[in-house]
Write a protein that binds this ligand. Structure first.
Ligand SMILES: Cc1cc2nc3c(=O)[nH]c(=O)nc-3n(C[C@H](O)[C@H](O)[C@H](O)COP(=O)(O)OP(=O)(O)OC[C@H]3O[C@@H](n4cnc5c(N)ncnc54)[C@H](O)[C@@H]3O)c2cc1C
Length: 400
């Protein structure tokens, strides 16, 4: 569909930097609430729509997409999942979400599709969403009218806003709006990465499989009934080109091996990339009239499937706060934004760290540490309490 160009606005209520899931969902929620906003995205629409990333949606994320009118295709094509499988020592154990969490579940629906749905709706409504519009700086965070400087169509522009929200991811520029030393960053790097592949083959399991193996971690996930998404733990600095398709399938086979009848179906690999693993939190998530949401404020290793869901949770809280402010003039929600979100962020950070360090084998890891990991996995299989702790964290709770 060809969309007519939107004239460049010079002024808006909420300036949103970045059209990833955080920026797009926020824009959609604000648009539905009648609050104007402009989204500026440095990349092209095509690039943003094709970028392979997350694929697991919590109930709260699905609810927000539904309430913003963006779930029509998700409800048709998304796959509801009621559990995950853990593998270790050639054993398998299924964690059943509904029975452990009072009926909660997750959905498999790729981030690429969430992004396409949100972009289509926003542009279809004529709401201002500019691609190829890199933001160079956000200034005046401590004034009543912060400014966003960006380029578009070869010219420099300025957007004056009541508030600016940085949804510009880990490498974004909005964080720099706070004076030096105003924000504190907490971080942890992991001594391994993930080699992620997309393969045109039906998933070999109905639900995700998380495998602990002395050869390293592996994850079987999916994007649709005909496309598998698979991951292997690899050393940091790995060149994806060094892994032939055959080597990838052989290694996956070895890491998923279980006693009994199970085999991994192979198919053409259509994409390979390497993803470093890190945990990062920036506090506070607000400085003056500039707020941070999603990966711009925090990163989790993907083992807990939390990155996209945390981004959604932030902007759900933020959209409610903007609605309160627009309706009543109260900034109570905006003032509480950072503290409200950080409680959920740190819980997700802990869970993502727990899943990562329980399932991966670090270089030079001692036998003692491996025994601790296996003991923890045995505990999840033996204790409903331990399984419920994992399940509750995995499916996530209500937002705010
Ligand atoms: C390679 C990769 C793979 C991942 N895989 C998984 C996974 O398997 N499972 C999982 O749960 N999570 C995964 N994640 C995490 C998840 O995808 C992110 O948490 C999620 O994308 C966060 O959304 P966001 O909108 O906050 O940030 P992003 O999706 O990063 O979006 C930020 C947007 O801002 C734009 N931008 C940046 N700088 C500027 C600027 N100066 N001006 C204008 N625009 C700008 C970017 O182009 C981008 O579109 C992955 C992340 C990465 C990076």
């Amino acid at each position: 569909m060809t969309v007519p160009p939107v004239p460049l606005p010079a002024r808006t209520t909420v300036g949103v930097v970045g059209a990833g899931p955080a920026g797009l969902l926020l824009a959609r929620l604000l648009h539905r609430a009648g609050i104007d906003c402009v989204v500026l995205e440095s990349r092209t629409r095509d690039y943003v729509e094709q970028r392979q990333r997350a694929g697991i949606l919590e109930q709260a994320t699905v609810d927000a997409l539904r309430s913003s009118g963006a779930a029509e295709r998700l409800d048709r094509e998304g796959l509801a999942h009621d559990g995950v499988e853990l593998r270790w020592g050639r054993r398998r154990h299924r964690v059943d979400f509904p029975s452990l969490t009072g009926g909660r579940r997750v959905w498999v629906y790729a981030q690429t599709e969430v992004v396409k749905d949100l972009i289509g709706l926003q542009l279809g409504d004529g709401a201002p969403l500019l691609f190829d519009a890199p933001v160079s700086a956000v200034v005046g965070a401590d004034t009543a009218r912060p400014l966003v400087r960006y380029t578009h169509g070869g010219a420099e522009h300025t957007l004056a806003c009541d508030y600016v929200v940085g949804c510009d991811g880990f490498h974004g520029v909005t964080r720099n709006a706070a004076p030096e030393g105003a924000l504190t960053t907490f971080e942890r790097a992991y001594p391994y990465s993930w080699l992620g592949v997309l393969a045109d083959v039906a998933p070999s399991n109905d639900e995700l499989v998380y495998a602990h193996s002395p050869r390293g971690f592996a994850l079987l996930s999916m994007r649709s009934p005909t496309v598998s998404r698979l991951y292997l733990q690899v050393p940091n600095g790995t060149d994806p080109g060094a892994w032939t398709d055959e080597r990838i399938w052989d290694e996956l086979d070895a890491r998923f091996a279980v006693d009994g009848d199970w085999s991994l179906a192979r198919g053409p690999i259509t994409q390979k990339s390497v993803l470093p693993m890190r945990s990062v939190v920036t506090e506070p998530m607000r400085w003056g009239r500039v707020l941070l949401a999603g990966d711009a404020a925090h990163i989790v290793p993907p083992t807990g499937a939390k990155g996209l869901n945390l981004a959604a949770a932030d902007v759900i809280v933020l959209a409610r706060a903007f609605e309160q402010w627009a309706r009543t003039g109260s900034t109570a929600g905006l003032d509480a934004y950072s503290d409200t979100c950080l409680r959920r962020v740190w819980r997700a950070e802990h869970f993502s760290w727990f899943m990562t360090t329980t399932l991966h084998t670090a270089p030079g890891q001692s036998d003692f540490d491996t025994r601790l990991q296996l003991s923890q996995l045995d505990r999840v299989a033996a204790s409903a309490h331990a399984a419920a702790e994992l399940a509750e964290n995995y499916v996530g709770g209500p937002v705010g």
